[in-house]
Design a protein around this ligand. Structure first.
Ligand SMILES: [Zn+2]
Length: 238
């Protein structure tokens, strides 16, 4: 018991120690600037080039086809330190300052996104899963770590087992945007005997084409989810 406590203490301290240059630390995360530019009102897409009639935001082209969630939001631009940190965590096994990422997300949920997260809205946090083989290789799933921390901080339920990943032939990274939709279609399911939570917060690390979020949300909807909000740590700017 005492030993377990001691180890837990060490793990806590570890999150605050600086990492080597290509990793990312909790203090890095606390200093990352959140995107403050224009966003698509539906998918939250970052854009530097929107010219909206009368200054009123309209959904981006990709959102003209109704997505199975509403809305999606991301915090950081997937470039520079943010991209390096996330890639280091995913591919080089660096520590993930999950708590700091969750703190930043919750700050936005209670701040600039509060209109999308009204009081009383208690979505179950569903991290986008990775395939079991990848899990064994990496030993962790970044969205699940951040999701667990966000659940602790927000008090919202955590539902890491409600989505299962099984199809998907090739990794999404490295595929063209058009191939991603095809690759990930039908890659998720809710295991037999489980029901999807009626209100879900689908959490992923990076939003690229939206194909992963769409496929995950469709599987949740098929299993009974009614309202799905997508949250990602970062996304690319187009
Ligand atoms: Zn959009």
């Amino acid at each position: 018991m005492a030993l377990r406590k001691l180890l837990a203490g060490f793990r806590g301290i570890e999150a605050f120690l600086p990492l080597s240059q290509d990793g990312f630390s909790a203090s890095d995360v606390r200093n990352w600037p959140a995107w403050a530019g224009q966003e698509c009102p539906s998918c939250g897409g970052f854009t530097r080039h929107a010219s909206w009639p009368g200054g009123v935001p309209v959904p981006c082209a990709a959102c003209m086809a109704t997505p199975p969630w509403f809305p999606a939001r991301s915090l950081f631009v997937y470039e520079g330190h943010v991209r390096d940190g996330i890639r280091a965590a995913k591919y080089a096994g660096r520590a993930v300052p999950a708590e700091a990422l969750a703190e930043r997300l919750l700050e936005a949920i209670r701040g600039k996104w509060s209109d999308r997260f009204p009081d009383g809205f208690r979505p179950s946090i569903v991290p986008i899963p990775i395939r079991p083989l990848k899990y064994f290789r990496r030993g962790f799933n970044l969205p699940a770590l951040v999701g667990a921390a966000l659940s602790r901080l927000s008090g919202w339920p955590f539902a890491p087992r409600v989505l299962e990943r099984y199809g998907e032939i090739r990794p999404q990274a490295g595929l063209r945007l058009t191939a991603r939709e095809e690759n990930v279609r039908g890659a998720f399911r809710v295991p037999a005997g489980l029901a999807a939570p009626p209100e879900a917060l689908l959490l992923d690390d990076v939003y690229t084409s939206g194909a992963t979020a769409n496929a995950g949300a469709r599987a949740l909807k098929t299993a009974g989810a009614r309202h799905i909000v997508v949250l990602t740590v970062a996304r690319a700017v187009f």
